[in-house]
Design a binder for this molecule. Structure first.
Ligand SMILES: Nc1ncnc2c1ncn2[C@@H]1O[C@H](COP(=O)(O)OP(=O)(O)OP(=O)(O)O)[C@@H](O)[C@H]1O
Length: 242
């Protein structure tokens, strides 16, 4: 069997004395669409930072595409919860999407034809090519989210990781973004952080519930009890079926 795309084994992580992740094990296969859910401060962002190589495991091991996270990070497209640039920055949509090529060793402003073609392709894929020349500050929340998705796609990744991609958009834009993700999942493995277990259950194949410890559920198995156990603070009683 092929090696998992993301493999987390017996991972524990603390900030000082505060244990945030305890013996987390998670294996994501090629082509999966996994939702990572859990209450505030449950450790979701910390787990993403470890998978992206921004933090190092203190206990346990992470492999991404058979490599260390630091090496594999160029093969991951990341959509952050909040854009890392001010909305009033005088920069066009096209320039923002081109920034997705920087992780591939390009210098800011020194893009070649292949970079521009990748940016155009990414904007087309998220149906936002008509926005290319617009200033980033003139976009709606839903449009901005598509552009950030295009920026992640511009690096031609094999994995897409998204942190609450629809936290600041209305419901219609949220449905549109998830429709796009379902399309992208035909060729990309996706790991997505969300608070909204009910909404994402329509799209993802598996839900990983994280509240310091982690338990996985096939989407079809999720019922009221699962949600109650996760958000009612008794997540450690959920059977670890993996
Ligand atoms: N750099 C840090 N230094 C110290 N503590 C931190 C740091 N980053 C996060 N924490 C703490 O670790 C815990 C887990 O935080 P994390 O951001 O991973 O949770 P989360 O599940 O992503 O939360 P949310 O859903 O609110 O974004 C929280 O108690 C948080 O305060």
């Amino acid at each position: 069997m092929a090696e998992p795309v993301i493999q987390v084994e017996d991972l524990s992580f603390s900030y000082g004395d505060a244990l945030v992740l305890e013996q987390v094990t998670l294996s994501i296969e090629s082509g999966e669409f996994v939702g990572l859910v859990g209450p505030n401060a449950g450790g979701k962002s910390t787990l993403l930072k470890l998978v992206l190589g921004l933090l190092r495991p203190q206990v346990g091991r992470i492999r991404v595409l058979g490599q260390s996270p630091r090496r594999a990070v160029r093969r991951i497209g990341y959509v952050p919860q909040f854009p890392s640039f001010p909305r009033d920055f005088p920069i066009s949509v096209e320039q923002v999407v081109l920034m997705g090529r920087l992780g591939m060793g390009r210098l800011l402003g020194r893009y070649d034809t292949s970079d521009r073609a990748a940016a155009t392709g990414a904007l087309r894929e998220v149906e936002a090519l008509d926005l290319a020349k617009r200033p980033i500050g003139a976009l709606s929340g839903g449009q901005l989210q598509r552009v950030l998705l295009a920026r992640a796609l511009a690096s031609e990744p094999e994995i897409l990781i998204l942190d609450e991609p629809t936290a600041n958009v209305d419901q219609r834009a949220e449905t549109d973004v998830f429709g796009l993700l379902a399309e992208l999942n035909r060729r990309l493995t996706i790991l997505l952080v969300s608070h909204d277990i009910a909404f994402i259950s329509e799209y993802v194949s598996r839900v990983a519930c994280l509240n310091r410890t982690l338990a996985c559920h096939r989407t079809l198995e999720i019922d009221g009890d699962t949600v109650q156990q996760l958000y009612g603070g008794h997540v450690r009683q959920v059977a670890h079926g993996h």
